[in-house]
Design a protein around this ligand. Sequence first.
Ligand code: F3S
Length: 392
Amino acid sequence: MQLTQEEQGMLAGKQGNAVKKSMEILVALGEIYGAKRMIDVSSVQVAGVSYHNLGDAGLEFLEELARDGKVRVTTTLNPAGMDMENWENLGISKEFAEKQKRVIDAFEKLGIITTCTCTPYFIGNLPNFKNHIAWSESSAVAFSNSVLGAYTNKEGGPSALAAALTGKTPEYGLHLDENRQAQILVDVRTKVSGTRDFGALGYAIGKKIGAKIPLVFGIKKANIEELKTFSASIATYGGTGLYHIKGITPNRTAKPKERITINKEDIEKAKAELNDSAGTEIDLVAIGCPHCSIKELQYIAKLLNGKKVKKETWICVARPIKGIADKMGYTKTIESSGAKFACDTCMAVAPLKGRFKALATDSAKGCFYGRGSNSFKTKFCTLEECIEEAVK
Ligand code: F3S
């Protein structure tokens, strides 16, 4: 691939070891995918933050980069393995906490904003339409490409970090307009409303079309919370990093020839398949996958007002959004009920295996990772039903 003089200098180590290593990663990626050149990125979101996934080798790699590396663009982190302040209350061990803190310290030294969230768009890491970016978290990638109209591939942790340290990414995949056209038309012939329905819709479409880019017809309206959960679900169960919804998302696309239909039965089947907890007592309720918006916190506070939870209940959220909730009094209401905030983390990336048996959540993606990472049985509920389950 063609490199500018500046990029060649980076590769030769003229800007330090961290930049050299980063450029090596990006050039290798570019060559694998046939990129002709590097392009500038304006925003990065780095995954691979939980010590649970990184291990000691990952931690040492980060600490080595942090010796001379500094990020060049706005960069935030994906959720970590624990709430960075409230970890003891959430049952995290001291040994794990020490390692996780070292991971975050290394990221901080690199100049990264150490807010750990899968909804970076709620905390100011918000690209403009057609901005090239390098994000890692699959739900955030689908959201940014589809709802914000930014351009990103689904980066791995190292390639996102390399993009942050150089301000560059190889131009291939979803950075190119010709790869962003819809490949299949999805005709939705049933009403969907609320986060559970949109999660079920993402599941049903994802299972039918895999990683193809869909143009979805038949959705009359969708709010940000519904689009956030749809992004998470379609990326998890299908694998696409981009979708179009007629009349709702901003990208232009031609109408594809291939066509499928989604009807009421598909949505009901999706809901049924995400429920496998019958016969097992729910012992964990988790809301906020992807991390809650302030509107969701306001609504959760309203639902919990004056009630007491009887089960471990986690509200997963970015710390700055909880900061707004603190000021608005929502935190006080939520915590008075006994529910706990899980900032910086979530029920899937925290090491919870063996602590709980069955999870109730309104997130289709949460069901997938709850089952996969922590071996939970799952109950797929509406947000209101999650609260009813918690206080039952
Ligand atoms: Fe976010 Fe964890 Fe869900 S990273 S998308 S809350 S699985």
